[in-house]
Design a protein around this ligand. Structure first.
Ligand code: ADP
Ligand code: MG
Length: 697
């Protein structure tokens, strides 16, 4: 076998391993749960646990852990040794079905948004057998769901799995109504493209802001940024290439199909994309990918930054969530085929997505909101905060035909004329790409391009699955009742297109005209995380989540609180870090620089030589006056943080204070410091500059 063949999945308790290590009947029963969605038989769990343990021990594991995804957005693990002492002073290795299925990690300190009080701390983890177990750092990791004693979801996996079930159920109804008799399940698939920055660890270590907040809170613009476009897809430097190689290998061992890698637009920025897979597994894999990216970087004296905006003035990082729906018998429901105009099934699913995105755009928006992303969305490097759909010329034309009485033709791409006889003739794709759209149709899938680089992709996919399930439910109910299915399909398509075409926009999403146009169309423009969080408790959104059994009112309300709390804490940490750096590092450096200037002026004067001291004097005046502004900006920020952190009462109001008061004052302080950086002696400046951070590798 090739090296890659041997490596891939070698640390995963995957289907091949299960088939080999489990008795036939157990294997079959487990498969029925994994693929058929049937409940798990406890007797099966015991047999699986033993096989899993033996396999893990062979891989060098000593511990097992229930690996779960609390509301922090990252993963959690608590490790227990397999070891069990015997009377003769020795030990045997034990792992039971009970331990495989259920864990009680306590874990009372995770955010629960009031769903459980610390004194009733019981939280449970439950084995998710649809995502394979794996060995990582000497532990057998078992993907699990995390819930409270009363059954509420305390994680992102439970609602994700529920949303997948909801979508499958409704999509199957639609397929059946359209005459499909073979498909048994509809699976949503996801391929997340992950952007990240790599910086040198030695330089990183000298920046408190990066260490505490993941982003630089100060930093003057270096002479060179990304303006030459020379980093994008550029030749990969050896140190980065070595990093990427080790990363790929680690990911392949975990069965993660890391496929493409390249340099991104900003200096020091890169991207990794895996091959798409089932949403649930794709989400687990993306969490593992982020974790592995950080670990491998440290091994090589590097640091991987996953923050959405580590550096001002150059692009930040996002995550493109490529999403589609497919049947268990291999059909992609968003595949238009050669003649999409007469592909009834495709058009039904396409128009259902259009309606879902229009009706629930606020929910989609909040699914991509986090404090870091506020620096990107709408900042002409990432999609605007307005949700719209790009369909491209061919589909746009078909929608127009539908609205005008029915689609009868599909424009084809034809061939591309390159004009050099020795070069091959390339068939043209029916649609070009649009890089400015938040939700773009890209051939046979949608690419949700707003997602934050550091966040779990669970949220956007919970939302997509649920809102599309809702519209498919509506479609199915109409088709099931219809006497003439074809006529009803035509009526549904015409109605959806005419009512929801406002959300379709094929132009430049970065332009100012679009902001104006979108407002005319009545599309929401929720610019900040805080404003978008309200969507979590709107009646319409609670209703759709409850109806499909994805999240209850209580769970939505708790998520609303957690999101606001997280926002408040994040900005609070950023502000405090700024204050500390400004007071203890930057101001002393500025004073040192001013003292140096004054001393130089005095020394020169003392020589009695008639020298023109205008330059030093002017610089001293400028630095001193900025130092005054610095002191003032620090004091103002301190007062503002004090006021915001003491604003008890309504949590939304408090978060608003952080966004519209603290956050603004942080910008003022930064401006003063960044100007000072350009004036103060390089040798006294207390931290590495953007130039050193971005162009050092
Ligand atoms: P681009 O940068 O042009 O968007 P990439 O190749 O970097 O393209 O990423 C495309 C992503 O979309 C990959 O992760 C790919 O596996 C994924 N993808 C392809 N087909 C599907 C599908 N049917 N469902 C979900 N994701 C898909
Ligand atoms: Mg992409």
């Amino acid at each position: 076998m090739s090296k890659l063949g041997q490596l891939f999945g070698s640390n995963v308790f995957n289907d091949a391993v299960m088939k080999e290590s489990l008795p036939k009947a157990t294997y079959k029963a487990l498969k029925k749960t994994i693929e058929g969605g049937l409940p798990l038989d406890p007797a099966v769990a015991d047999v699986v646990a033993t096989a899993m343990k033996d396999w893990a021990l062979e891989k060098g594991a000593t511990h097992f852990t229930h690996w779960f995804q609390p509301m922090t957005g990252i993963t959690a693990e608590k490790h227990d040794a397999f070891i069990s002492p015997t009377d003769d002073g020795k030990a045997i290795m034990e792992f039971s079905g009970k331990e495989l299925i259920k864990g009680e990690p306590d874990a009372s300190s995770f955010p629960s948004g009031g769903l459980r009080a610390t004194f009733e701390a019981r939280g449970y983890t439950a084995w998710d057998c649809t995502s394979p177990a794996f060995v990582k750092d000497g532990s057998l990791c078992i993907p699990t769901a995390f819930c409270s004693y009363t059954g509420e979801a305390l994680d992102k996996k439970i609602p994700l799995l529920s949303s997948m079930e909801a979508l499958s159920k409704q999509a199957l109804r639609v397929l059946k109504a359209l005459g499909n008799t073979t498909s048994k399940k509809v699976i949503t698939t996801v391929g997340p493209e992950q952007e990240y920055f790599i910086v040198d660890k030695k330089i990183y270590d000298q920046r408190k802001d990066l260490k505490f907040t993941g982003r630089t809170l100060f930093g003057a613009k270096p002479p060179k940024g990304q303006e030459l476009d020379d980093h994008y897809f550029g030749s990969i430097k050896e140190r980065i290439s070595n990093y990427m190689k080790e990363l790929d290998e680690e990911l392949w061992k975990l069965g993660i199909s890391a496929k493409s890698k390249h340099n991104e637009v900003a200096p020091a920025q890169h991207e990794l994309a895996p091959i798409y897979t089932t949403t649930n597994i794709a989400t687990d894999h993306n969490q593992l990918t982020m974790d592995t990216m950080k670990k491998v970087a440290l091994r090589q004296g590097l640091v991987c930054l996953l923050h959405e905006k580590p550096f001002a003035g150059i692009n930040g990082s996002g995550k493109h969530n490529n999403w589609s729906m497919g049947t268990d018998d291999g059909m992609n429901l968003l595949e238009p085929g050669k003649t999409p105009h007469d592909n009834r099934q495709f058009l039904v699913f396409l128009c259902s997505v259009i309606k879902a995105v229009d009706v629930y755009s606020d929910l989609l928006r909040v699914s991509a909101a986090n404090p870091g992303n506020d620096h990107r969305l709408g900042a002409n490097e990432a999609p605007p905060a307005i949700i719209s759909i790009f369909l491209g010329e061919q589909l746009q034309d078909i929608l127009e035909q539908i609205e005008n009485g029915g689609a009868t033709s599909s424009k084809s791409g034809g061939n591309m004329e390159i004009g050099v006889t020795t070069l091959p003739v390339l068939p043209k794709d029916a649609t070009d790409r649009n890089r400015t759209s938040p939700f773009a149709f890209t051939g046979n899938k949608f690419e949700f391009r707003m997602c934050p680089s550091s966040a779990s992709i669970a949220e956007p996919n919970i939302t997509l699955n649920t809102i599309v399930a809702e519209i498919l439910d509506e479609v199915a109910s109409r088709l099931e009742k219809a006497k003439d299915v074809n006529a009803e399909v035509k009526a549904i398509l015409a109605e959806y297109v005419s009512k929801h075409k406002r959300v379709v926009f094929n132009g430049n999403g970065y332009s100012d005209e679009w902001v104006v146009e979108a407002e005319k169309r009545g599309l929401p423009n929720l610019k900040t995380t805080v404003e978008s969080i309200k969507a979590l408790i709107s009646e319409k959104n609670i209703a759709v989540m409850e109806k499909h059994g994805v999240l209850s009112r209580l769970e939505m309300e708790s998520r609303y609180e957690i999101a606001l709390e997280n926002y408040i804490k994040t900005i609070n940490i950023e502000a405090l870090t700024m204050i500390e750096m400004a007071k203890r590092e930057i101001m002393p450096a500025v004073i040192k620089s001013a003292t140096g200037l004054a001393a130089s002026i005095n020394t020169i004067k003392a020589t009695g030589v008639a020298v023109d001291l205008t330059a030093q004097t002017e610089l001293l005046t400028e630095v001193s006056s900025l130092n005054g502004a610095l002191k003032k900006a620090i004091t103002v920020l301190e007062e503002t943080v004090e006021k915001a952190s003491n604003a008890h009462g309504d949590i939304y109001e408090q978060a608003s204070l952080y966004r519209f008061d603290v956050f603004e004052k942080m910008a003022t302080l930064r401006e003063v410091v960044d100007t000072l950086e350009t004036l103060v002696d390089k040798d006294v400046w207390p931290m590495p500059t953007y130039g050193e951070l971005l162009f050092n590798i």
